[in-house]
Design a protein around this ligand. Structure first.
Ligand code: F6P
Length: 567
């Protein structure tokens, strides 16, 4: 039996899934030390040599999960590296924590919450209990309610205050209540009802709402107010402004709100206080983290756009990868592998960032979505017991769709001084409804996709450069060191089913890393301080109020701001 299936060797998951007191610190585990030694032994080993030594490397270092074909042969790893990484996963009880998550244990210890986004895509007959209650029937009741509502809006049966059908949907939310639906709406544009308009407003900068509504008819507009807590200042401020815009535009009273506002939230009290009929509230629960929530009620705008069937296909994709992560052995468990690769580069090669480079225009917001998923989850510097960590945790996640980045920042990846592991995501077929004349461009897009990972891995040696007749003084400039690690994720087509698979893959990858690093990937206390200070500073801007504790720099900036505003 592989060590990882045998449970933790250093310390089992003692804290009922939450705190894991008494465990050996990560960097004192023999498995960690072994990886460090192995890294030294690998030295300057080059991917050119690793491929030359193993003619089967491309086949051997390829995995499949659902529709996702994953080639990790261009990663700077050997069989020994992978075995040592799996040993580390065993020693840190990654699978023990995984099982605790799927069982509904309160593994988010600092908030004393279960972490059950996987229940959002569980089949109807599954049983998943939180505090002794099976949550699956509630999940499906909300999904059914969302489906019925989405159909009524899509068919024109749901009408606004003046009797006109809804043609525009404006989602107002921020962070996890915006990034997921906004990203997925872009990804699945070809599946959307092209006769309707969908907009996503998040920024408290009034320009965002202004641009979203300026050309819309309020009589045909539905606002979907997405906020788990229904206290987030940006969302409540924008929702209040939207309500004013609507009532002014319709020259109507509060009673018009019911037909033009729905809420997605866990907080019925605040929803009712805002004036939204709680019959038009779509519920979710505290065991769904904001950044893991877009397959909950938070996906309503997306469901209206693509229809309930496509939404459910997407949930099937999530579920497929959940099952893979839950059951696949360590050797073939893809989220485990991808998570461990990140641990490897962060821990032993000094990598500070991770690029996600989708070769699909429709994935233009995918990396921004992953930024919250990964960085809000694993941007932590204390472990589950509150001790400072002495190892790298979450990387800076960044990237934009190819081929644009090739003409902007790829230079730094190719010839800069930094270690930047990258994921390349591409599709064999172009999206269905492209104009016929544009379909042919897909091969050019994908030629770039394959060329980049080859160039990054194998580079160009000084001898190869010289052989092209390049003058000696330019040889160093035109040499590509190569050896830049990449994973290639290739699927036939970008469908709702495949999108669900992709997102679940990254969710579980982030989980694996948090488990190894022994941090709480499900809280986000780090965003609180800024929120509190913003509330304190606002009266200083508007009324010139004295703000206690404002530092000298901020005080001077506030004074400058006020003078620039003529106050
Ligand atoms: O401030 C961060 C955060 O709490 C995120 O975790 C969350 O996704 C976002 O704000 C929005 O929160 P809410 O859905 O409660 O408005």
């Amino acid at each position: 039996m592989n060590a990882i299936e045998d449970g933790a060797r250093s310390a089992p998951n003692k804290g009922g899934g939450g705190r894991r007191e008494g465990r050996t610190r990560l960097n004192q585990l023999p498995e960690w030390t072994a990886l460090g030694k192995h890294r030294e032994q690998l030295g300057e080993a080059h991917l050119r040599e690793l491929f030359a030594a193993d003619p089967q490397r491309a086949e051997n270092y390829t995995a499949q999960v659902g529709d996702l074909h994953i080639d990790y042969s261009k990663q700077l790893v050997t069989d020994e590296t992978l075995a040592l990484l799996r040993d580390l996963a065993a020693a840190t009880d990654v699978f023990g924590l995984r099982d605790a998550m799927f069982r509904g244990e309160k593994i988010n210890a600092t908030e004393d919450r279960a972490v059950l986004h996987t229940a959002l895509r569980a089949p109807r007959d599954a049983v998943i209990e939180v505090d002794g209650e099976n949550v699956v029937p509630k999940v499906h009741a909300v999904l059914d309610k969302m489906s019925a509502f989405a159909e009524r809006v899509r068919s024109g049966e749901w009408t606004g205050h003046t009797g006109k059908p809804i043609k525009n949907v404006v989602n107002i939310g921020i962070g996890g209540s915006d990034l997921g639906p906004a990203m997925a709406y872009e990804v699945l544009r070809s599946y959307t009802d092209r006769n309707m308009t969908f907009r996503f407003v998040s920024n408290v900068d009034g320009a965002d709402l202004h641009e979203a509504v300026r050309d819309l008819d309020p009589a045909e507009t539905l606002f979907v107010i997405a906020s788990k807590t229904f206290t987030t200042i940006e969302t409540i401020t924008n929702a209040t402004s939207a309500r004013n815009w609507l009532l002014t535009g319709l020259q109507a009273g509060q009673d018009a709100v019911a037909k033009h506002f729905v809420a997605l939230s866990t907080n019925a009290e605040n929803v009712a206080e805002f004036g939204i009929d709680t019959a038009n509230m779509f519920e979710f629960w505290d065991w769904v983290g904001g950044r893991y929530s877009f397959d909950s009620a938070i996906g309503l705008s997306l469901m209206i756009a693509v229809g309930p069937e496509h939404f459910r296909e997407m949930l099937d994709g999530f579920r497929l990868v959940d099952e893979h992560f839950r059951t696949a052995p360590a050797e073939s468990n893809v989220p485990l592998l991808l998570g461990l690769l990140g641990v490897w580069y962060g821990g032993f090669s000094g990598a500070q960032s991770h690029a996600v480079l989708p070769y699909s225009h429709y994935l233009s917001k995918f990396t921004a979505y992953l930024q919250q998923l990964d960085m809000e989850s694993n941007g932590k510097s204390v472990d589950r017991d509150g001790n400072p960590v002495e190892w790298q945790t979450g990387p800076v996640v960044w990237g934009t769709p190819g081929t644009n980045g090739q003409h902007a920042y790829y230079q730094l990846i190719h010839q800069g001084t930094k270690v930047i592991p990258a994921d390349f995501i591409g599709f064999a077929k172009p999206v269905g409804d492209l104009l016929p004349g544009l379909v042919a461009q897909h091969d050019l897009l994908m030629a770039n996709f394959f060329a980049q990972t080859q160039a990054l891995a194998f580079g160009k040696t000084p001898d190869e450069v010289r052989a092209e007749g390049v003058p000696e003084e330019l040889v160093a400039h035109k040499t590509f060191r190569g050896n830049h690690p990449t994973t290639t994720i290739l699927a036939a087509e970008l469908t709702p089913f495949v999108l669900g698979q992709l997102i679940a893959l990254y969710e579980h990858k982030v989980f694996v890393q948090g488990a190894v690093w022994n941090i709480d990937s499900f809280d986000q206390w780090g965003v609180e301080l800024g929120k509190v200070l913003a509330k304190r500073v606002e009266p200083a801007l508007t009324e010139g109020a004295e703000v206690e504790g404002l530092d000298a720099s901020s005080r001077a900036l506030v004074a400058k701001y006020r003078s620039l505003r003529g106050r």
